[in-house]
Design a protein around this ligand. Structure first.
Ligand code: 6PG
Length: 240
């Protein structure tokens, strides 16, 4: 089934999220990413893409590796990272490296890795400093497209229910202790997520329908429901 992409003028703020059901999830997601890349590179000379972790995006990244060219203008960041070394099987960076970075010519300086191996507070501060340096004089680093997943507890990035990072308003990236895993994660915060020109949730696994139903009701306390781009678009891209 061909997904119906809502045509939009650049930066026209959609008052309601765009919800796309796709039976061709991977290919349609790649098409959406490539379209955003073309727009960003045409308009601003680079494509700032934030990758999400977990399992859902891996096949999308693998398909993206067949993307045509102009990789030199893509700048990759990570919405969150586990506090593990980059070679760990848990590392979101490692997943992206295996699925995409090892297959295409992306300048090393355009892959902004979170140092999961470092002290969490240091890694978070360092990552935020890096984004400030790359913000091009803007008051906040604006992603052109920010990919997110959603857990079955309604978390996104590493903004888990009842964790401290949910209330942070003066930082772009923080360390966040997650009791359910008894460990810290590094995560982008709502101010940074909501500064994006386009946020797209990729959800393609069973067992999340009830959470999605509540999120779409407009009355949800789930962390993912608080992702609302201030001057941007929000898309929920769902496997049919
Ligand atoms: C992570 C992700 C996390 C993920 C959700 C959904 O580091 O695990 O950033 O937020 O997107 O947990 O994961 P799945 O796609 O595997 O369901």
């Amino acid at each position: 089934m061909l997904a119906i992409f809502c045509a939009r003028a650049p930066d026209v703020k959609l008052m309601t999220p765009e919800i796309i059901h796709s039976k061709n999830f991977v290919n349609d997601a790649v098409a959406m990413i490539e379209r955003e890349a073309d727009i960003a590179i045409f308009e601003r000379g680079e494509f700032r893409l934030a990758l999400s972790g977990g399992n859902t995006p891996r096949p999308v990244y693998e398909a993206l590796a067949k993307h045509r060219d102009a990789w030199g203008k893509w700048v990759f960041t990570f919405g969150d990272e586990r506090c593990v070394p980059p070679e760990s099987a848990e590392s979101n960076f490692r997943m992206a490296k295996e699925a995409l970075f090892d297959k295409v010519p992306i300048p090393t300086e355009n892959i902004l890795r979170v140092r999961g191996e470092a002290d969490p507070a240091d890694a978070a501060r360092e990552y935020e400093d890096t984004l400030r340096q790359r913000a091009g004089g803007q008051s906040i680093y604006r992603h052109d497209l920010l990919l997110l997943g959603m857990g079955d507890d309604g978390h996104t990035a590493s903004l888990f229910p009842e964790t401290d990072a949910l209330t942070v308003t003066d930082r772009w990236v923080v360390e966040n202790f997650v009791p359910k895993f008894n460990t810290h994660r590094i995560t982008m915060t709502y101010p940074l997520l909501n500064a994006a020109r386009h946020v797209c949730f990729l959800v393609n696994s069973k067992g999340k329908d009830e959470v999605l139903k509540e999120v779409f009701s407009g009355h949800s306390a789930f962390p993912c429901a608080s992702v609302r781009p201030t001057e941007g678009n929000l898309t929920w891209f769902l496997g049919a």
